[in-house]
Design a protein around this ligand. Structure first.
Ligand code: HEC
Length: 99
C-alpha cells in the first residue's frame, strides 16, 4: 500500500514540476543572445544595441520589467507568446543575475 502511495506522490510531483516555467531555459533560449547568459549584456548583439549590464544595476521595477518582456521596448521585441507565469519567472530570474 505504501509503495502505491509513494508512486502516486512521485508522479504528482514530477508532472506538476513540469508545469512550472524553467526560467533559466527561457532566458538561455530567448534573452541570452542580447543580455548574455549572465545578464551582463556582453554579447555582440548586446553591445550593438546598448544593453545595460544587469549584473551591476537594475533600474527597473518588477512591473516595468514584466511590461517590457510582454510588450517590448525600443530594440527589444515583445514576447507575446510567453505566459504571465513565464514572464514572472523571468523577472525573478533577472533579479538573481545581479551580483
Ligand atoms: C534583440 C536583443 C534583445 C533580446 C533578445 C532581449 N532583450 Fe531585453 N532589452 C534589450 C534592449 C536593447 C533593452 C533596452 C536597453 C536596456 O535597458 O538595457 C532591453 C531591456 C530589457 C529590460 C529592462 C527594461 C527597462 O525598463 O529598463 C529587461 C528586464 C529585459 N530587457 C529583459 C529581457 C528578457 C527577460 C528577455 C527574454 C525574454 C529579453 N530581454 C530579450 C534587448 C533585448
Amino acid at each position: 500500500m505504501n509503495v502505491i502511495i509513494s508512486i502516486v506522490v512521485v508522479i504528482i510531483v514530477v508532472s506538476s514540476g513540469a508545469a512550472f516555467a524553467d526560467a533559466g531555459a527561457l532566458w538561455a533560449q530567448h534573452c541570452a543572445s542580447c543580455h548574455g547568459k549572465d545578464g551582463s549584456g556582453n554579447t555582440t548583439m548586446g553591445k550593438k544595441l546598448g544593453v545595460k549590464d544587469y549584473t551591476k544595476s537594475q533600474s527597473f521595477s518588477d512591473a516595468e520589467a514584466a511590461n517590457v518582456i510582454k510588450n517590448g521596448k525600443g530594440k527589444m521585441k515583445a514576447y507575446k507568446q510567453l505566459s504571465d507565469a513565464d514572464v514572472k519567472a523571468l523577472v525573478a530570474y533577472v533579479r538573481t543575475l545581479k551580483k
